[in-house]
Design a protein around this ligand. Structure first.
Ligand code: NAG
Ligand code: NAG
Ligand code: NAG
Ligand code: NAG
Length: 463
């Protein structure tokens, strides 16, 4: 009897265990044979991991945005799942060779308008939106369907120092724009909202103020919060991020990154008031902003000596618990990242940082080198399996069943010959309906400014 149970146990533990979640390539289509190509801030302007969104599905259609070789902003549309891409050029050219001046798409579900925010880095933002229902109607795909490009959000003046606009659909079917004002190391996060066809200001919710003292005693009095995402699940908006200090002395090296700590807080009223993970109210947008000295928001402590990346990624599992990807150089390689642009490709690892139902946070190193400066994106399927999409279109997975411990490289775009430059940007909007993730990437250039192809590769998760 004991022997029999032992064999059953062995079978259950070993032979019968599900394999790590898989992915399969459904298609790989070209958006543009001649995407604009120049490297700045270690990235390409059309493919930043943090874009929300460069590729975005809405109903039966999918949209994509990038800059072509002339610098013109291009929008594309295809019928899902496999229609051909049609393109249009907006009457706007990239204003400067800065990779942060990305194009971001959103759809307001109430009126079906497509919104486009682009070409800003601590400057004015450019914005346009389409006629009503263009996102769903399949009406002619033509630049005349879009309003003239403005530096305001409709009638809302958002100022002249804007960066990282991202569109988010709320649980009440409105659209929000999350963005930063100010500059790196001295900036505030902001929120605007589109309801009944009108943009209005919700307000700033995380400020530059407060005092950070590094372990070596250096003091910094200004910073900005870089967010890993602004993610709705149920009625809750989840925000995690890292602080970027202005005073370089908080890092052991002037070529390091002054990012430190991972923080988390949430809002249950569409970004008006904010709470830490203990449930304590810690902020009110527009009047009492979260800052570096706000109590109870650090979920993983790390000083500014480790090349911690900003704007990585996050998602929420089926139980409403947050999962974050952060990355940095583990201490076993060095206790001082002297140059993040060389030390990260050599040593950086991504970490899966997540909250359990009892409130505790667990951080697990994903056991593969990133081999890049760049960021990774986390996706979860309906069974809470994790898929991490890394630079060069590499996919690493782990299963809920093993408590996210069976990390496996399931797809390696380098080995597959994709020749992706580095960071990739995702459309997660079809995960819940079709278990499909679309990944926009650009091929490596053959020179410093030679245009290269921009592609969308579709993966089926676990199927
Ligand atoms: C964009 O640049 C092209 C030249 O490459 C020029 O013909 C066009 O007028 C420019 N468009 C705008 C909106 O400035
Ligand atoms: C919280 O839950 C996690 C996951 O189940 C477990 O590993 C940890 O020991 C628990 N911590 C406490 C304090 O109960
Ligand atoms: C992916 O494949 C490339 C080329 O074969 C290899 O150099 C690289 O180490 C692989 N990446 C990982 C994380 O295994
Ligand atoms: C991209 O191409 C450059 C030369 O243009 C080369 O130095 C670099 O290693 C290539 N990167 C990848 C990831 O292949």
């Amino acid at each position: 009897m004991r022997l029999f149970l032992g064999i059953v146990g062995l079978l259950a533990a070993g032979f019968c265990r599900a394999a790590a979640p898989s992915v399969s390539v459904i298609s790989n289509t070209q958006l543009d044979a001649h995407g604009i190509y120049f490297v700045s801030y270690d990235g390409l302007v059309s493919v930043n991991s943090f874009q929300e969104s460069a590729v975005l599905a809405f109903g039966n259609w999918q949209f994509a945005a990038w800059y072509t070789s002339s610098g013109a902003a291009v929008l594309a549309r295809r019928a899902l799942p496999s229609g051909a891409w049609s393109t249009l050029q907006l009457p706007h050219n990239l204003s400067t060779e800065d990779s942060h001046n990305a194009i971001n798409l959103g759809v307001s579900p109430a009126d079906g308008k497509i919104h486009v925010a682009l070409d800003c880095h601590s400057t004015v933002m450019f914005y346009t939106s389409s006629v009503s229902n263009l996102a769903a109607s399949g009406a002619s795909w033509d630049a005349s369907q879009f309003a003239p490009v403005t530096n305001t959000l409709g009638t809302l003046n958002i100022g002249t120092e804007i960066t990282y606009p991202q569109f988010v659909i709320t649980p009440r079917n409105s659209l929000q724009l999350v963005y930063r004002t100010g500059v790196s190391g001295d900036g505030a996060t902001q929120l605007a909202e589109y309801t009944n066809g009108i943009w209005s200001n919700v307000g700033s919710w995380a400020s530059a103020t407060g005092t950070y003292t590094a372990p070596d005693g250096a003091v910094s009095t200004l910073r900005n919060l870089y967010i890993h995402g602004f993610t709705y699940h149920g009625q809750r908006a989840y925000v995690s991020g890292t602080w970027r200090e202005q005073n370089g002395a908080v890092s052991c090296s002037s070529l390091g990154l002054t990012n430190h700590d991972t923080v988390y807080f949430y809002s249950d009223d569409l970004g008006r008031t904010w709470h830490n993970s203990a449930g304590t109210q810690i902020g009110t947008s527009g009047s009492n902003l979260v800052n570096v000295n706000t109590a109870g928001i650090i979920v993983d402590s790390l000083d500014a000596d480790h090349g911690l990346m900003n704007q990585e990624s996050q998602t929420v599992d089926s139980a409403g618990l947050l999962h974050i990807i952060i990355s940095y150089v583990p201490g076993r390689f060095t206790q001082c990242v002297e140059n993040y642009e060389t030390d990260r490709p050599a040593f950086a690892r991504a970490f899966h940082l997540y909250q359990s139902a009892n409130g505790t946070w667990t951080k697990v190193e994903i056991p593969f080198a990133i081999q890049s400066v760049g960021r990774s994106q986390i996706v979860m399927d309906a069974d809470d399996n994790v898929y991490v999409f890394s630079p060069f279109v590499r996919v690493v997975t782990s299963s809920k069943e093993t408590g996210w411990t069976d990390w496996t490289i399931i797809y390696n775009g380098t080995a597959a010959g994709l020749n992706a430059f580095g960071e990739v940007t995702l459309d997660r909007s079809r995960v819940s309906s079709a278990n499909i993730v679309s990944v926009l990437y650009q091929q490596n250039g053959t020179g410093t400014t030679t245009p290269s192809p921009v592609q969308v590769i579709d993966f089926k998760l676990n199927g």
